[in-house]
Design a protein. Structure first.
Lengths: 326, 464
């Protein structure tokens, strides 16, 4: 595959999703980057912003299998990964594995923070290992596989915030913002008229192979050692004890810095961003565009940050201010 | 200035980065040179000025110039080495200029062999297109930095300042010696027929001043003798030019006196440092006793009073010659002496000692031409007690003297004084009439108390 083909395919999928979703172009773009990077996305936003619609539109555009799991407090892990059920065939009873909704290319984990931690943890193995184990038997998930989870930042009663280990499995955490008036006008036009548009399938029948090729291409994108070094310094600085991150502006708000997965996410995301721009190399700008969604859920802020209403994005901005490109 | 303007068309982008790095290295080198050349040149100029003013030998000047050059080279190297831009920095500069989104940086720093060939080829192709936008002469010209202008201004200011300061400094640092002044004046005077003898005498005086064997007193005496002759000559002289020359000579001779007096002060300071202080009793009427004391160098104005004494010996009266230097001092000294008479027991030893010196002139004046028997004749070596520590025949070291007066001595002195007056003043030794001891005065002493006091028994043995 050539970079131009990647860019073309990417743009077509993006355009198809944008037929349904108005605004939030950056969210769509980054969801696609995460998809082609092999990562999962946590979408955060208040209800009614089109998070679920975005995921459904994406799955339609990709032409891949799509399953939705509505996370509730009584949801059990077996409801997600599947379970062994006793079946009778030819007078013989046997246990047969019944696949759960996790067995799909695109999985929407809607309101993931409403399920218990036990159920939340059920998707950990699936997200990281691309497999599930039921009654000691491992079942490989089909590739490509992406979990798109949504969560509501309000209505926190009866919710279970995702543990750090779970959060770290998400490639990006994207914030879905309310539409601006022009976007809202367009939304109304599209949804309240006679005809409603829907995304059409972009990828061919063997879309899975194409997606895997695109994933491989993305990993070949060139990155200069100074830019890699820049990413390393940035991630290290989020711990508050880096070369330039030890200042009070960062250190006083951070409980834990980013894990190595954060650095991986930044590099892969930057490569994806470069390819979508038609480049075969990563630039500093790519890194700076990707670092917020890649690190914001991996930096664990302390009580002081919460008390002073300091967000992870503000801490990242401070880190970027302190760590020079050189 | 550095490398010629490149036409990067068709050149590999990696080479473009390398060329720019070299060009920037030259820029840094020029920056450093331009910063350090002005101060080095200014320093060389200053060194040359010093050399021209004969304060520095040619070898020293050469060494200074070589040293400055070495320091300059070291400074340039030390400054420019850390500032030399790396290939990465050069690539980033080109990226910034060509807006190529880090293509040059990636290409210049990436190990191409480990990367997908098609991606590298594509990147090189893209970068070459961006490279066409770059013209070194236009995009990376050499510009003089502010540091150069600052360095230039400061160096120029320093050189100009030094240029104007050196004549002033010359007179301060190395003033012309009195001997040289005398020789110069003598040389001018030798051209005048009427002043030739005086010129020869001035030359002789200059030679004598240089002679380490001659004592300060001898030098002083010789200077004063010539000064007197010059004054006489000035009275005779009618030509203004000659009179100017004579006044120059007189001024130089005054310088000689100052030099001699300052050397006397230095001797005194040396003695003080050695701890050999000498205490003397206080002369009240100034009849010769003070001369013994002043020779010891115990008082701070001993030398000056010695000069004045010499003047007096040569018949110069301070009042009789109003133009002569030290007239006011002498008059003041007289006044002081009178004050001393009114309050002979004024406390404060140093104050009293100071007054001793001031009193000398007046006391000599009062004594007329009577010469103390202890005063050395003119030209003769001084008495042993006038020598400094370690000098003299017996090698007196750190010795001082003290005069203790007892009432019996005063009686004996008064008798001897009466005899000496009859003998024409020979061997007369002046004593102050008011003793400084606390012993009761005999009845015949003028200022003695009317009532007789018994000497305490416990003191008798000690005083005897």
């Amino acid at each position: 595959m050539e970079p131009e083909q990647f860019q073309l395919t990417f743009k077509r999928i993006e355009a198809e999703v944008q037929k349904v979703i108005v605004g939030n172009q950056e969210v769509i773009r980054k969801v696609l980057i995460a998809f082609f990077s092999g990562g999962h996305v946590l979408l955060e936003g208040v209800p009614g912003l089109g998070k679920t619609l975005l995921v459904k539109s994406l799955s339609h555009a990709l032409g891949m299998s799509f399953k939705r799991i509505q996370f509730t407090p009584d949801l059990m892990p077996s409801d997600i990964v599947g379970t062994e059920v006793l079946t009778e065939a030819n007078g013989r009873r046997e246990f047969q594995f019944k696949k759960g909704p996790i067995f799909a290319h695109v999985v929407l984990a809607d309101e993931i923070n409403r399920a218990t931690p036990k159920t939340q943890s059920a998707v950990l193995e699936a997200m990281e290992e691309k497999q599930v184990t039921v009654f000691g038997e491992s079942h490989i998930l089909e590739s490509p596989f992406i979990v798109l989870a949504t969560q509501n930042p309000i209505e926190l009663e009866g919710t279970y915030p995702l543990p750090e280990a779970q959060l770290d499995r998400f490639f990006f955490k994207l914030l879905v913002t309310p539409p601006v008036p022009e976007e809202l006008r367009e939304i109304l036009k599209r949804t309240t008229g006679v005809e409603t548009s829907d995304s059409s399938k972009v990828l061919p029948e063997d879309g899975g192979k194409l997606v895997n090729d695109m994933k491989q291409l993305l990993r070949q994108v060139l990155i200069a050692p100074p830019i890699e070094d820049y990413v390393v310094r940035l991630v290290h600085a989020t711990h508050g004890n880096g070369q330039n991150g030890g200042s009070a502006g960062v250190k006083q708000y951070i409980r834990f810095g980013s894990s190595p997965r954060g650095a991986q996410a930044v590099i892969l995301g930057a490569k994806g961003n470069a390819l979508t721009d038609g480049r075969v190399h990563v630039s500093y700008e790519d890194v700076e565009k990707i670092i917020y969604p890649a690190l914001r859920h991996r930096i664990i802020l302390n009580f002081q940050a919460e008390a002073e209403n300091v967000s992870a994005d503000q801490v990242i901005a401070e880190v970027m201010k302190q760590v020079k490109r050189n | 200035m550095s490398s010629p303007n490149h036409s990067p068309e068709g050149e590999r982008p990696e080479n473009l980065v390398t060329h720019l790095a070299a060009r920037l290295r030259n820029h840094v080198l020029w920056d450093s040179l331009l910063i350090f050349i002005p101060p080095v040149l200014a320093a060389v100029f200053i060194a040359f000025s010093v050399y021209r003013a004969a304060w520095m030998s040619p070898l020293a000047f050469l060494l200074v110039v070589v040293g400055l050059a070495v320091v300059g080279v070291l400074a340039v190297i030390l400054r420019s080495r850390p500032l030399v831009p790396s290939v990465r920095a050069a690539a980033q500069l080109i990226d910034g200029q060509a807006e190529s989104k880090d293509r040059f940086l990636t290409l210049a720093t990436l190990a191409s062999s480990a990367q997908p060939a098609n991606f590298v080829a594509r990147l090189r192709q893209e970068t070459s297109r961006f490279g066409e936008r770059i013209q070194f002469g236009r995009d990376f010209p050499y510009r003089f930095k502010n540091s150069f202008y600052r360095s230039l201004v400061v160096s120029l200011a320093a050189a100009i300042l030094f240029h104007f300061m050196i004549p002033v400094a010359g007179s301060v640092i190395r003033p012309v010696s009195v001997q040289q002044q005398l020789r110069q004046v003598a040389a001018k005077m030798a051209q005048k027929e009427s002043l030739k003898p005086l010129a020869q005498e001035l030359q002789a005086l200059a030679a004598k001043l240089d002679d380490p064997k001659a004592t300060p007193a001898e030098k002083q005496a010789a200077a004063q003798e010539i000064e007197k002759k010059i004054e006489q000559q000035m009275k005779k002289e009618e030509q203004k030019e000659n009179r100017d020359l004579l006044s120059q000579a007189a001024n130089s001779l005054k310088g000689t006196e100052q030099q001699q007096s300052s050397s006397g002060d230095e001797q005194k300071k040396d003695q003080d440092k050695g701890g050999g202080g000498i205490q003397s009793n206080l002369p009240q009427e100034g009849k010769g006793e003070g001369q013994q004391n002043q020779g010891g160098g115990s008082d701070s104005k001993g030398e000056q009073s010695a000069q004045m004494s010499n003047d007096m010996k040569q018949g110069k009266s301070a009042q009789g010659n109003p133009k002569e230097k030290g007239e006011e001092k002498n008059q003041q000294a007289q006044g002081d002496a009178k004050n001393d008479q009114r309050d002979p027991n004024q406390p404060g030893k140093e104050q009293n000692q100071e007054k001793v010196g001031k009193t000398q002139g007046a006391s000599k004046e009062g004594a007329g031409k009577n010469q103390s028997p202890e005063e050395p004749p003119q030209g003769a070596p001084p008495a042993e007690r006038f020598y400094k520590a370690g000098e003299g025949k017996e090698g007196l070291k750190g010795t001082g003297y003290v005069t203790v007066q007892l009432p019996e001595d005063l009686v004996a002195d008064s008798k001897a004084e009466g005899k000496a007056t009859k003998d024409g003043g020979k061997g007369n030794r002046a004593r102050p009439q008011v003793p400084v001891s606390n012993a009761p005065l005999p009845a015949h002493v003028p200022n003695a108390p009317t009532e007789k006091q018994q000497m305490p028994i416990e003191y008798r043995g000690i005083i005897r």
